[in-house]
Design a protein. Structure first.
Ligand code: ZN
Length: 264
């Protein structure tokens, strides 16, 4: 599943193509969106901004209209020079926005909707999101407040995937952040200190920003996007040599990877 870093990277690629421009053409090839008449409703409108929040991406148009997307498990955003061959079948394109010499394409996007700007502010799903881990003004205290209001008997790994606690983390960076902070993802939230919880997101944040292509600050890790435990079950932990384990966790049974040797 694309995580916040993937969405931020997409926003950073799409922004220079679309922001401030009136697209030459907008198409919604998916038959489901045919009756919505988005190309007609968006015709002639300038894109005022392209931004991400957690795993959500927003194309905002003048005149109070916003395209909201969430990729779920298999969706993807891509930017191609016009005429270039796409990496996925055109049949899987849900949205094509052409501007200048480029095409912005959303593939396999199950959540794609045109909303008014005010509705994005009052939408229950969007309002429920916790602080965006990759936002410039990410506030660890806001994350802690959400985490402490959550069920304290949950495993911390499970709680980190809940976008109401912190928006943007998915299965990869949950596992890697817990490893970085030496916290066992199975430990109950009640038994994780505030400092430990903040250490997990503080470890994941710069790595995710690096994966999103945001220039690193000084003193950043040499290989910020390296994986230490994710999909490395049965292999030795790069820190302590113990064998990395994997097991499904939480309501959705997402596979959690951890090192029993150095994560407590
Ligand atoms: Zn270890």
């Amino acid at each position: 599943m694309p995580e916040g870093d993937t969405i931020l990277r997409a926003a950073r690629r799409i922004r220079p193509v679309l922001e401030g421009t009136v697209p030459d053409e907008i198409r919604t090839p998916q038959p489901r969106h045919g009756p919505d008449r988005w190309p007609q409703r968006l015709a002639g409108r300038r894109v005022t901004s392209v931004d991400s929040y957690g795993k959500h991406l927003f194309l905002r148009f003048e005149g109070d209209l916003t395209l909201h997307s969430h990729l779920r498990m298999h969706g993807a955003w891509a930017v191609y020079p016009r005429g270039a061959r796409w990496r996925r079948s055109p049949r899987r394109a849900w949205l094509v926005v052409r501007a200048g010499g480029a095409e912005v394409v959303e593939f396999d996007g199950p959540v794609l909707e045109l909303m008014t700007e005010s509705r994005t502010r009052f939408d229950q799903r969007l309002r429920a999101l916790g602080p965006d881990l990759l936002a410039d003004d990410f506030d660890p205290d806001a994350f802690l407040a959400r985490l402490r209001a959550d069920d304290q008997t949950r495993g911390i790994g499970d709680a980190l995937l809940d976008q109401r606690n912190v928006a943007g983390i998915g299965n990869i960076w949950k596992a890697e952040g817990c490893w970085g902070a030496r916290v066992d993802p199975w430990r109950r939230v009640a038994d994780v200190s505030d400092a430990e919880a903040v250490a997990i997101v503080a470890d994941a944040r710069p790595r995710m920003l690096a994966a999103a292509g945001v220039p690193a600050e000084e003193g950043a890790a040499a290989e910020p996007t390296a994986r230490h435990v994710y999909k490395r079950a049965g292999m030795p932990c790069p820190r302590c040599g113990a064998t990395i384990r994997a097991r499904g966790q939480g309501e959705d049974n997402r596979t959690t990877y951890w090192c029993p040797g150095c994560q407590r």
